[in-house]
Design a protein around this ligand. Sequence first.
Ligand code: ACO
Length: 329
Amino acid sequence: MTLRKTVIRGTGFAVPSNIVTNDDLSKTVDTSDEWIRTRTGIEERRIAPPETGNSDLAIEAARKALDRAGLSAEDIDLIIVSTITPDMVSPATACLVQNALGAKHAATFDLEAACSGFIYALSVARQYIATGEYNHVLVVASEVLSRITDWSDRSTCVLFGDGAGAAVLSGTDEGESDFVSFFLGGNGKYADILNMPAGGSRKPASHETVDAREHTMKMNGPEVFKAAVMKMNHSMRQVLTRAGLQSSDVDIVIPHQANLRIIESLRKYLDLPEDKVYVNLQKYGNTSAASIAIALAELVESGRLVRGQLVGMCTFGGGLTWAACLLRY
Ligand code: ACO
């Protein structure tokens, strides 16, 4: 069976206009701009207003991606939304996006792999396109992490932000654009170092869970930090090995935007110059699944990423999960 090539035909992103700076946070929790900048690299993040749901950001990003792809919503065969902060548990946010766009021929589902969600979703979309099952797949990664953030916990609330990124993937028989390699991993043994304990079927919402702030993210920061560096490095090496390439062959690497120190360690392990590693976390903080999707759309929009270049993307997140891919853009 000949596999079809996949091109990322259009990208887009959406972030709330409301900016919350480190100084703003230092008025509500015992922290400082200096601590947050030096420990994380984050300077500000976007926080959605109360009336904005996940699907609002997802729809805005998706419309831009469709527009740039030169496709109409009716051309889309499948919509995958990757998120840990869906509008509601059911239906899937992908259904809400489908309805708003008028993508009436599209199948719809959500995919949950925390911060690894965008690369996981790209790999799924790619399978459908490569086999010829679908021709146009819309992948959206969207988060409103502010809704599951404990704003009284200084060790987590300074890290996260809201936003969405989208990409339209299409089958192609022309040009050199295609995914070169993927690597996905996970280990549920570490489920408890980064999770949201309540709100699922094991611990449904109750007065007790709300009082104990169990509907917010809990994290063992230093443990997650170590795993992140190790697994992102491992994942990037896997996709390079599978493609028979060296890190020096890559034009730009988009790492998950969680912490500048994690990105710096990864950069050194991979022996990459600073200008080959994209960083935008100073503006948005960690937007989980949306982080790489936003960065990819920004790179395309700014003209820094052009057709023919080799892009590496790598990530890690709750689960734990991790993933990487190489894309000939
Ligand atoms: N302001 C001031 N002090 C703080 C803050 C803050 N915002 N947060 C923690 N501290 C204090 C701690 O209380 C501790 O004080 P102590 O020594 O008196 O106990 C001290 O700073 C050091 O704390 P550490 O947790 O050891 O700090 P560290 O240097 O490890 O940085 C951080 C913490 C930034 C959270 C880091 O561990 C990290 O980035 N980890 C990875 C997190 C991550 O990427 N998570 C996202 C996963 S993606 C997803 O799935 C959503």
